[in-house]
Each structure stands twice: as structure tokens, then as C-alpha cells.
Design a protein around this ligand. Structure first.
Ligand code: KG4
Ligand code: ZN
Length: 348
């Protein structure tokens, strides 16, 4: 089965072909540079940019893969959560293609697709305990199968990615700043008491990162020496040596605070009924973070469980994961009709 996947939920415009459990080709255009000037995603600009880029990306996908629209068996599209205007662009394109070809249409949950990115090309044993960490969401999810999910915990306010991005803003780093915090902290021992590990003094599985955001902002305001210069001053690249040591230590300490907060709640979920899962998975843009990946590898080894992480390129928003999820749903007999709507709000 050849599945076309379309992803336009936030600031990545992406299309991909997926066949027999493997990606064939993806074409992706990031809008990060466009929004960086504003320090965050501007929804109206994002929708317009998806509209401008989606058609040419589809043409390039077919030209470069040597496949044609007529070869496609099913059309999958991310229906949310995400920005409403952005989702509508992808949905309208998918419906047009489905209408023109008569091929089935499948609306995919963006968060489910993130989690399934960890299963691409692998036989992941279920039940699995999943950690979904992205710019918009932080969830602990139990997956009884690839298509059966239960959310056990979620953030009550900011997502882990927001905590990274807002901290980066406090440090004068570019948007989206998670990758800067990750890279600048490399090789530097964290000060484990510098930042709080928030919202652990309770017995549930939810998260709250807003207190950490405030703590980092206060710390940055009190320590002007660690506020970065402009990216241009650093030579335009993420060269850790080019940045102040005080900033690098703060980044390493923040990586630790977020990774350890995630670890504590994830381990708490592991110890809860109905007993240990057969595997661990993690996904979402923040799952590309080095210290978080290392923390998960350590946890999995201690618990004797296999760990499945998407390769870093499949952690961030992409269309391969949408096509992978669409393929699984289609194989299980699911399809939508042309009344399919966007679901912009999912609970974080
Ligand atoms: O999954 P994603 O691409 O988009 C959403 O669905 O939200 O996640 C984007 C988030 C941003 O907050 C970004 O700063 C963060 O993932 N991120 C990282 C890293 N790479 C991306 N955070 C920490 N370390 C990274 N290496
Ligand atoms: Zn996402």
C-alpha cells in the first residue's frame, strides 16, 4: 500500500510517500526562518506559507520519487491538534486529491503520528509506555497496540518544548531555541540545583513547566553576563565555544532539570498498575534532545526494557509519521469521508 502523508499543523509544510512500513521519500519546507524574526509562530503567516508551498512540494515529491498520484492508494493528512488555518490548508489539499483520484482519505491525529514515528521500520512490542514531548504537548501515554492509546498524564500549562523555547528567549537565543539549549549545554556538567524540577511534589502523572519558565527568566534577568549576543556574533552557527561559559552551564542545567522532571514522572507511570509495559517509546521534537535521549537510554537499561526513539529527523514535525500512521489506520480498515474536519485543540 502506497500512502501519501500531508503535514501542515504548525510551521513545517511536508509531504511524504510511505510504502510497506518504510518511507519512500519526503519533501519538507520549514518556515522556522520566517517566524524566527517574530520570536514564535505567527498563525496567519504560517497558513499563507503552507498554501504557497504545498503544491510545489507535491510536484517535487512525485517527480523525484518516480511515482505518480495514480500510484497512491490512500491519502493521509494531519487533522490536529495544531493551528486551525494551517490544518485547513492540508485538509483542503488532501480532500481535493481524494476527490480527484477516488482514493480513500484518512485524518490522522498529529500526536498519535508523533508516537508512531518511533515504530517505523521496527517491530515494537506492545503494550508500550510512551513519552510525547513536543512544542505544544507533553504527555505520558500507554499504547496497548499501535492504534489503541490512553493518555495517563499531560502538562497542565506549558509543554516541555515551550519551556525550552521560552528559556532560550530569556537567554537571547534564536527561536525555536530547544536545539540551542541542547547543543550549548554539551560537555558541561550541570548544576543540578540551579533550576527547579517543577511539580513533582504530588502523586499524579501530570506536568507543569510554567514555574520553571519563570525561574529561568528571573535567573537570566539577574545574570546579564549569560545573555547571548546575536547569532551573527557567534558566526551564524551553533558553535558552543563561541558562547559564554555561564550560558553554557545554564543550558546544561536546564537540560538536566527538564530531563530529570520527565524521568521522575515517566518512572512513576512505569510503577503504576497495570504493571510494566513490554517497551518504552519517546517522540516529538524534544525527544531529539541529547540529555533526554541519554536519560531514557539509562532508564530503559536499568529497567531491562527495550527503548524505541525515532531518529532525530523524525522527532520533529514531518509527513513520514503522518503517512506511517495513515497506513496503519488504512490497513485496519479506517477511512474518513469528505466531511472530515480539523481538530485544532487537543489537550496538552
Ligand atoms: O514536535 P515538534 O517539531 O512540533 C510540535 O508538534 O510542537 O516540536 C518542536 C519543539 C520546539 O519547542 C523545539 O524547540 C523543540 O521541539 N526541540 C528541542 C530540540 N529540537 C527541537 N528541544 C530540546 N532539544 C532539542 N534538540
Ligand atoms: Zn508536532
Amino acid at each position: 500500500m502506497l500512502c501519501l502523508g500531508i503535514e501542515t499543523s504548525c510551521d513545517e509544510t511536508a509531504v511524504a510517500l510511505f510504502e510497506n512500513g518504510r518511507p519512500v521519500l519526503e519533501k519538507l519546507a520549514s518556515q522556522a526562518d520566517l517566524h524566527a524574526v517574530f520570536g514564535g509562530v505567527v498563525p496567519e503567516l504560517a497558513s499563507r506559507e503552507h498554501l504557497r508551498r504545498l503544491g510545489p512540494l507535491l510536484l517535487a515529491l512525485f517527480a523525484e520519487s518516480g511515482r505518480s498520484l495514480a500510484d497512491v492508494d490512500v491519502i493521509a493528512v494531519a487533522r490536529g491538534p495544531g493551528l486551525l488555518g494551517s490544518l485547513l490548508v492540508g485538509l483542503a489539499a488532501a480532500k481535493g486529491l481524494s476527490l480527484a483520484t477516488g482514493k480513500p482519505l484518512i485524518g490522522v491525529d498529529h500526536l498519535h503520528a508523533h508516537l508512531l514515528a518511533a515504530t517505523i521500520g521496527r517491530e515494537v512490542p506492545f503494550p508500550a509506555l510512551g513519552l510525547l514531548v513536543s512544542g505544544g504537548h507533553t504527555q505520558i501515554v500507554r499504547l496497548d497496540s499501535a492504534l489503541s492509546l490512553e493518555v495517563l498524564g499531560r502538562t497542565l500549562d506549558d509543554a516541555a518544548g515551550e519551556a525550552f523555547d521560552k528559556a532560550a528567549k530569556s537567554f537571547n537565543l534564536p527561536y525555536p531555541g530547544g536545539v540551542y539549549i541542547d547543543v550549548l549545554g554539551r560537555g558541561i556538567a550541570p548544576d543540578k540545583t540551579l533550576f527547579p524540577r517543577p511539580f513533582l511534589d504530588n502523586d499524579h502523572l501530570d506536568f507543569s513547566f510554567s514555574g520553571l519558565k519563570t525561574a529561568v527568566a528571573s535567573y537570566a534577568a539577574a545574570h546579564p553576563e549569560l545573555r547571548a549576543g546575536s547569532l551573527a556574533e557567534a558566526g551564524g552557527a551553533i558553535d558552543p565555544e563561541a558562547w559564554p561559559m555561564a550560558l553554557r552551564r545554564a543550558c546544561s542545567s536546564l537540560n538536566f532539570a527538564i530531563a530529570d522532571t520527565l524521568r521522575i514522572k515517566f518512572e512513576r507511570a512505569l510503577d503504576r498498575p497495570p504493571g510494566p509495559p513490554a517497551s518504552l517509546i519517546a517522540a516529538g521534537g524534544v525527544a531529539a534532545n541529547g540529555p533526554i535521549r541519554a536519560m531514557l537510554a539509562d532508564l530503559a537499561a536499568r529497567r531491562g526494557l527495550p527503548l524505541y526513539l525515532p531518529e532525530p529527523a523524525l522527532c520533529a514535525d514531518n509527513a513520514v509519521m503522518v503517512a506511517a500512521a495513515g497506513s496503519r489506520l488504512a490497513e485496519a480498515g479506517y477511512a474518513h469521508d469528505l466531511t472530515l474536519t480539523a481538530v485544532p485543540r487537543g489537550r496538552k
